[in-house]
Design a protein around this ligand. Structure first.
Ligand code: 5MM
Length: 337
């Protein structure tokens, strides 16, 4: 099969009106923090058990089309010896892989960051493709301050995302392009809108320069909200502001925009996705999710490291997946919680 056909098939199988992506690609450091918060030790066995529990949730494939794996998870197996990427596929979930290697300070741009991992990327993608991965994800992170992101930060981060996406497409792996503008700080929603506009504009400029085929990618942006120390905006204001800026910067050729939750509560992330989809007549793209915390937090808490809580944890996970599927259609309301 040609690379073009592979990418097209993945787009068609992953994008519809009902489902979204589960981000379960926390690196060991992040996962250790998440597990510690619910009193669980971060052992390889606990991480394996927890992620295979999520993947084997009955009916989850009705609401979740893909799961982003972390490298460690790609070679783990469920209790019956089935590799977890195979378990995902068997349950209607396309496996994908986070291929960035984490972030650090960007030299020459105080306060900005840059993500590592381009060296050897093609080889890693081909290895993960053999293990079953059909899409990949790479995150660049942009803090908001009075001075950040800098002009250099915008250009350098956009360049990384575009180079990553071009390599993915060359080997038939669908790239998820994730420019995360952080929610940390006390900035206004207007300042967040200004920064996201600069970020999305620079990212699409770089994608164009690198010849990335927009029809064969997914954008995973932040929603535009005020900083987390500045209070909340209503879902309607978040949706209206986010769509206004997306329409200025993201070409209609992009098939789907799958938002990250970025520190919003599960209920907030669902309500905001719902408000976005109520305005979908203004959007040429699918508007979906690629949530990590907002899909997993209740399930992780229900498990709490006690494997006899499997049913409760799966029920909590399925509930969030289902409510977000309703939000995909703009049919969610808080009384369904
Ligand atoms: C922003 O984080 C992504 C989405 O998760 P949330 O919905 O919780 O914000 C997520 O895919 C993230 O990129 C991964 O958890 C990987 O994070 P680390 O920092 O461990 O690479």
């Amino acid at each position: 099969m040609s690379v073009h056909a592979e990418l097209q098939n993945t787009v068609e199988e992953m994008i519809d009106d009902e489902r979204g992506i589960l981000a379960a690609d926390e690196s060991t450091g992040t996962m250790t923090k998440r597990l510690k918060a619910v009193g669980v030790e971060s052992t390889e066995e606990n991480r394996r058990w927890y992620r295979s529990m999520l993947l084997s949730t009955p009916e989850v494939g009705k609401y979740i089309c893909g799961m982003i794996f972390y490298e460690e998870t790609m070679s783990q197996q469920d209790g019956n010896g089935k590799p977890l990427p195979e378990l995902a596929s068997a349950n209607g979930i396309i496996p994908g892989i986070k291929v960035d290697k984490g972030k650090g300070p960007l030299a020459g741009a105080p306060g900005d960051m840059i993500t590592f991992g381009l060296d050897g990327l093609e080889d890693r993608l081909l290895r993960h493709k053999k293990q079953g991965a059909r899409f990949a994800k790479w995150r660049e992170v942009y803090p908001i301050t009075d001075h950040n992101p800098t002009a250099l930060g915008l250009t350098a981060n956009a360049e990384m995302l575009a180079r990553y996406a071009a390599v993915c497409q060359a080997v038939g792996i669908l790239p998820i392009v994730e420019p995360e503008v952080l929610i940390d700080g006390n900035h206004s929603i207007e300042r967040a809108a200004e920064v996201n506009e600069q970020v999305w504009h620079s990212v699409f400029h770089a994608l164009h320069q690198h010849g990335v085929v927009l029809e064969h990618m997914i954008l995973k942006p932040s929603m535009i909200t005020p900083g987390k120390e500045a209070g909340k905006a209503s879902p309607e204001e978040v949706a209206e502001t986010t769509l206004r800026i997306l329409r200025r910067t993201v070409p209609a050729a992009v098939p789907s925009i799958n938002f990250l939750s970025g520190g919003q509560s599960p209920e907030e992330a669902t309500a905001n996705l719902n408000a976005l989809n109520r305005l979908r007549d203004k959007a040429p793209w699918h508007l979906s999710m690629s949530y990590g915390r907002a899909l997993q937090e209740p399930a992780m808490a229900a498990w709490g490291g006690d494997n006899s809580n499997r049913d409760q944890a799966q029920a909590a996970f399925l509930k969030r997946a289902k409510l977000n599927s309703m939000a995909r259609r703009g049919e969610y309301s808080a009384d369904q919680e």
